[in-house]
Design a protein around this ligand. Structure first.
Ligand code: NAD
Length: 414
């Protein structure tokens, strides 16, 4: 059983290398992150003592463009997880065909235990420590789990202060007031919806009235539940870190969102009944969307899923041992590196606008996002079909072909 996230990524890279017959030199290059910085993040806490957190920034590959990837604050974050997430970004930006490489970063801390002032000091000190890696042509961070536009604003401000001038293209997912792009906040969820629509159409499953379950009710899962309901689906169960709620007739996504804003969790929502998350996985439905953390879909969970399609909104939600189980059970899996690429695509649009100094209107962003996600879905579906493999293996193979072409075009220095 492979439970280390970096080993899991290596397995997928190795598999794609076998499928595509890629040059072994390219394969070897992609098995090692280009650079990895581990930093101490000392912070004066509100009670006067100094806490020392650990942070990382990893560039997995920068052949196709500057390193791009989110920043995560989480108490269980590890170096291997950051490396794995950075590699996923390399493959995701290649699948989405946007001119970026892959990066990820984060701080091992529990933001729920930090005051707002402590959170700001953690962000600013972490930014200072990873400063040599950052810049609009080098590495462009974005929000991830437990980080948001506010954190990005502090990061951008720290860069501006230390460099002596404003650098709006240095970060994406910024607040609109600082040059963020319209639709960025919902871009990941709307890209997931594009994949839901495309996969249901390809499999001839009607969307209206179909049942969905969503794990995670945060920036992605919360928005997605609303989009799925707006598209006519019944969102019958939703879970978050506190537990799960169920309503066979469909949960009201707006009321649920109000409840979460008021209480912090889906638990206790009067429009549904409480169930165990482990029971949620076995519910009969057409769609399941993991939109929380990595590793949620274990071999055991995969063996109980009763869905036609799984669209991976989260990064790395499926453990490698679960993949063959899902294939055997006929669950079509739209992999994370395709399904949640809407976020990084909107980041690309934001970066382009920041560098142009010219804001696109909301409709332009939304139309380009839909078309980019549709193109990526079509390309992955065609590759998987040609190779007679799952969409995940097809997506990695497609990305590897594009990466190999770029790596060969650049050549190796010296
Ligand atoms: P978030 O922090 O806003 O929300 C995470 C949600 O998951 C919360 O509702 C939380 O309660 C829930 N959760 C945490 N642990 C859980 C558990 N053990 N069981 C059930 N629920 C649990 O994060 P987010 O931005 O929505 O990101 C969710 C996933 O999507 C992550 O894997 C992230 O890497 C991925 N992703 C996010 C974006 C983006 O634009 N935010 C883009 C691409 C991928």
């Amino acid at each position: 059983m492979v439970s280390d996230p970096w080993d899991a990524v290596l397995e997928r890279i190795d598999d794609a290398a076998k499928l595509t017959g890629v040059d072994p030199d390219v394969h070897r290059l992609l098995r090692t992150p280009r650079r990895m910085l581990e930093v101490a993040v000392p912070v004066r806490m509100d009670d006067g003592r100094v806490e020392v957190f650990t942070g990382w920034r990893v560039h997995h590959d920068t052949t196709r463009g500057p390193a791009k990837g989110g920043i995560r604050f989480h108490p269980e974050l590890t170096a291997h997880e950051v490396c794995a997430l950075a590699a996923d970004m390399t493959f995701k930006t290649a699948v989405a065909k946007i001119p970026f490489g892959g990066a990820k970063g984060g701080v091992r801390c529990d933001p729920r235990r930090l005051s707002l002032a402590e959170l700001e000091r953690v962000t600013r000190r972490y930014t200072l420590e990873i400063l040599p890696l950052l810049g609009p042509d080098k590495d462009i961070p974005a929000p991830d789990v437990n980080t948001d536009g506010r954190v990005m604003a502090w990061l951008m401000d720290t860069l501006a202060i230390t460099q002596g001038h404003d650098i709006p293209g240095s970060v994406t997912g910024k607040p609109l007031s600082l040059g963020g792009t319209p639709a960025h906040a919902g871009a990941t969820a709307s890209g997931v919806l594009t994949c839901v629509r495309a996969s249901f159409a390809a499999l001839d499953v009607p969307l209206p009235g179909s049942r969905a379950i969503v794990q995670g009710f945060g920036k992605v899962g919360g928005t997605l539940a609303f989009l799925l309901a707006s598209a006519g689906m019944r969102v019958i169960a939703v879970s978050d870190v506190g537990g799960a709620v169920y309503n066979a007739g469909g949960l009201d996504a707006i009321d649920l969102s109000d409840h979460v804003s008021a209480t912090g969790s889906v638990v206790g929502f009067v429009g549904g009944e409480r169930i165990d998350e482990s029971d949620m996985w076995g519910l009969e439905c057409e769609l399941v969307v993991p939109a929380a953390l990595s590793g949620a879909i274990t071999e055991e969970v995969a063996g109980r899923l009763n869905a036609k399609v799984m669209v991976e909104a989260a990064n790395g939600p499926t453990l490698p041992d679960a993949d063959p189980v899902l294939e055997r059970r006929g669950v079509v899996v739209v992999p994370d590196i395709l399904a949640n690429a809407g976020g990084v695509t909107a980041s690309y649009f934001e970066w382009a606008q920041s560098r142009q100094g010219y804001a696109w209107d909301e409709e332009t962003v939304a139309t380009r996002l839909r078309s980019s996600m549709d193109d990526a879905f079509t390309a992955v579906w065609a590759k998987a079909d040609t190779l007679s493999v799952s969409l995940r293996r097809g997506a990695f193979a497609l990305a590897l072909d594009r990466l190999a072409e770029a790596i060969e075009a650049r050549g190796l220095f010296p």
